[in-house]
Design a binder for this molecule. Sequence first.
Ligand code: CP
Ligand code: NVA
Length: 300
Amino acid sequence: MTHFLDIHTTPTADLRAIIDDARRMKDARAGLPKGTPDTEQPLANHMVALIFEKPSTRTRVSFDVGVRQMGGQTMVLSGADMQLGHGETIADTARVLSRYVDMIMIRTFEEATLHEMAEHATVPVINGLTNRTHPCQIMADIMTFEEHRGPIKGRKVVWSGDGNNVFASFAHAAKQFDFDLVFSGPPPLDPERALDGLYTIERDPQKAVQGADLVVTDTWVSMHDPQSARERRHNQLRGYQVTETLMGQANKDALFMHCLPAHRDDEVTSAVMDGPHSVIFDEAENRLHAQKAVMRYCLK
Ligand code: CP
Ligand code: NVA
């Protein structure tokens, strides 16, 4: 059984093969209407359950479209409408769903829920974001960087903002793809210590971005953060906003990424989002291609 649960627990060679496969599949369907089936149909006759315990636009639509392009069918399920949200155990849900579908993608809160689902499912399980990680996003981000700038190995990536779930998967990727990752944020919002990734810390964002090939940020308040923390986080993170001035300190050809959804003019200015460094919509598109490659990998 091949699950896709995290970047640090997937063999390095497999991660590289997934990115290469995503690139090949993207090229193969360039310019075609989105509903055109791929020439290869690895998901023909396959059913895929997409479970969401949190909101989503990109993950929901890109998985749904990706499955269909590869010949499969999807079922989009809201956690709150399932018995899962009313006391049925994750283990029993996993066992039951495995009798109906060939693959499960889940977006959930606790990392433990994802792992329990994977442990008890007899079909592949894919991580569509937890409070701690977001591996599919970072596969798309690596793909996007390399599409624009070539190999990410040895390049400098700077994260300015909250040490959240998206950062954690970047830290896992830094170890696997061998790039330098710098975290720049205030100490209370540092990444969790137990993170099995690789990064250094530079508190001053102006210093951090010197020589950066890629600058990344994300929302200051994630879906799992209490809304009551909003004002405090804004005060803590104000100095880490990605502005044109900050981008001006990075390398001339530095890229800017954000997994989206963004809060324009909070964590990043609209000028940067819509400016010449930004590849945010390529990133969003590449979720589709990267996840198609992840699904093929899980079924191989
Ligand atoms: N980036 C991302 O996962 O977006 P959604 O929350 O819209 O799925
Ligand atoms: N850090 C954000 C990412 C959303 C795609 C969150 O978890 O809400």
